[in-house]
Design a protein around this ligand. Structure first.
Ligand SMILES: [Zn+2]
Length: 284
């Protein structure tokens, strides 16, 4: 999420776990097991998805795990839950780069001298950042005083390979208080959660896994595109310079958008929406 301070990015992140389906018993067991290693498990929270919100001053070890003996970090404590990183560019570079591997594999291997430990780390990353160092770029309420160079340097702290693994980038715009007061209330979490559960059930019924886990032949089969859609996606990929990973990630997001709409086939509007979620943060 890219937006000025005070636009509600943290509030949105806090609501996110409430949109996810309840944990399956096996997943609840795994979550409880990892949390128990650090004494963070609470019985009354059994079966609920965890929200972990480490501060940007957290060390690489605190974030991804480490030490002797190796202990799980925040990414593992957030297993099957949500990891919210506010002020994303302010995290240590090494800590951010260490997220790349677990974002792909859902686990983390920690090597310390002669010892090696592996922890699960299948978390949903939610990150928030200001658009520029002063925070007001694009705001109708305050003037931004940052030079284009400073903006590029700030956004550039999120490396290309890390950004490549972030499927949905959104702008959270600053809104004048008067407009905010006049805006209608949004949907309640339960209504959105019901839509999410239905889309997830559709994916599980079709392919036995969530869309994020589709790869190889299963990705080809369940994200098959007709000729027009295929040409549309390929020209976007060429124009925007995506890696093969980026291409496949857009395809999975489009599959989810189609599922949310109850459509069997992925069509150009689903692809167009998935493509624009990948274009918010500027890259030199
Ligand atoms: Zn600024």
């Amino acid at each position: 999420m890219l937006g000025a301070p005070g636009t509600g990015k943290s509030m949105l992140a806090q609501r996110f776990p409430g949109l996810l389906p309840p944990l399956a018993p096996q997943d609840a067991l795994e979550s409880a097991a990892v949390l128990s290693l650090t004494g963070a498990f609470a019985h009354e929270r059994w079966g609920q998805r965890v929200l972990r919100t480490p501060h940007h001053t957290a060390s690489s070890v605190a974030l991804v795990g480490g030490g002797s003996p190796p202990r799980p970090g925040e990414i593992s404590l957030a297993h099957h839950g949500v990891l919210f990183l506010d002020e994303f560019p302010e995290f240590q570079r090494a800590a951010l780069e260490a997220l790349r591997e677990p974002l792909e594999t859902g686990r983390i291997v920690i090597s310390r001298a002669a010892r090696q430990a592996e922890f699960p780390a299948r978390f949903q990353l939610v990150a928030a950042m200001n658009p520029c160092p002063c925070g007001h770029l694009g705001s109708p309420l305050h003037a931004c005083r940052c030079t284009p160079d400073a903006v590029a340097r700030y956004q550039g702290r999120i490396s290309g390979p890390l950004l490549d693994r972030i499927d949905v980038q959104i702008e959270v715009p600053a809104v004048a208080p008067a407009a905010l007061a006049a805006a209608p209330d949004g949907e309640a979490s339960e209504i959105v959660a019901a839509r999410v559960a239905a889309a997830r059930a559709l994916a599980l019924g079709r392919q036995g896994s969530v869309n994020a886990a589709l790869s190889g032949g299963a990705l080809d089969t369940h994200c098959a595109l007709d000729h027009a859609s295929s040409k549309f996606l390929q020209s976007a990929a060429a124009r925007l310079g995506w890696s093969a990973r980026g291409f496949h990630r857009v395809l999975r997001v489009a599959r989810s958008i189609a599922d949310l709409a109850g459509c069997d086939a992925i069509a150009p509007p689903h692809l167009a929406e998935a493509i624009q979620y990948r274009r918010v943060i500027s890259r030199p």
